[in-house]
Design a protein around this ligand. Sequence first.
Ligand code: NAP
Ligand code: ZN
Length: 353
Amino acid sequence: MFQVKAYSATSKTSPLAAASIPRRTPNDHDVQIEILFCGICHSDLHYARDEWNADMPAIYPCVPGHEIVGRVAKVGSAVTKHKPGDLVGVGCMVDSDRTCPNCKEGLEQFCPSQVLTYGGPDKHGTAPVTYGGYSDTIVVDEHFVLSIPASLDLAGAAPLLCAGITTYSPLRHWGVGKGKKVGIVGLGGLGHMGVKFAHAFGAHTVVFTTSPSKKEDALRLGADEVVISKNANEMQKHAGSFDFILDAVAAQHDINAYIQLLARDGNITMVGAPEKPLSVGVFGLIMGRRSFSGSPIGGIDETQEMLNFCGEHNITSDVEVIPIQKVNEAYERILNSDVKYRFSIDMASLKAE
Ligand code: NAP
Ligand code: ZN
């Protein structure tokens, strides 16, 4: 074991602060990564403040961060996928059982023994739970380490590891492409990646936002139309017309207003994970044989496919790069929907701690 620098929260009300945490000495299958950038996902905030207590209680101290990009520092003797100096990424998972039907299909995100990048059981006994990417170093099994296309800007590539795959996967699963009308609800970190992908897949893309000030950005990011969701008339114009809607909202909102916008057999998928249950009016589903579903991140193979797609199409997240010392301020700004459109932490700033 060795100690590394990190930022951690020690309770749901304490701000994140500098800390020293243990990492395991790399075993034969491990990759030791010097972290260069880590995106800030709204999930980091939900978790650090224990907002998901009912489903995923937080364990403290917690080190959030699952949008990790870095450079390989060392590899174990059996590692074949990566070598020192490679640019790599780590997303929301660092382990799974590799033997269950989900893992065998490359769908590790559904593995019952999946280990999340932070707050998961640490099978190696290094610490009570896994610690995430708000740190200068991480050690991860090579299977869960992705290759980052060399052409991508690294600060903007970090958010692909969660916001990217979480939107890419359901858009692919539900067949979004040419000839489809697709809605993206909430122009935040996930939402703006959803717009870029839906546009790149050739769909007619409509953004729903509560923030009129984001309209121009939505069009620039690839939207064909923008709807201010608080305006009932604007919403009504789209009634019964969508093949698919991706909902990336982090807070309470009226889901039925969007179910009404689906065409017959249309689907709305939640990737946003609000703290409290949403109320669904079933008649909206019954009358159009519509469906309401959810989707978690994506498997390792699909994450690599998404990264390669981004490399080919030069897609990255629009980021505001900050030093780690501004992370608490960034959390408050995220709560005010005041980020365009993802914070990416420059981990070199941790050296000053
Ligand atoms: P974010 O950057 O904070 O974006 C959320 C957006 O939702 C905001 O920018 C805002 O967009 C909209 N919004 C916020 N409050 C709202 C309200 N009260 N009513 C309606 N719209 C509101 O968050 P994020 O990082 O993209 O994450 C979004 C959600 O996805 C979080 O709950 C996160 O935990 C979850 N998540 C899930 C997965 C998964 O695997 N399923 C993975 C990552 C994250 P406008 O200003 O455009 O309205
Ligand atoms: Zn995330």
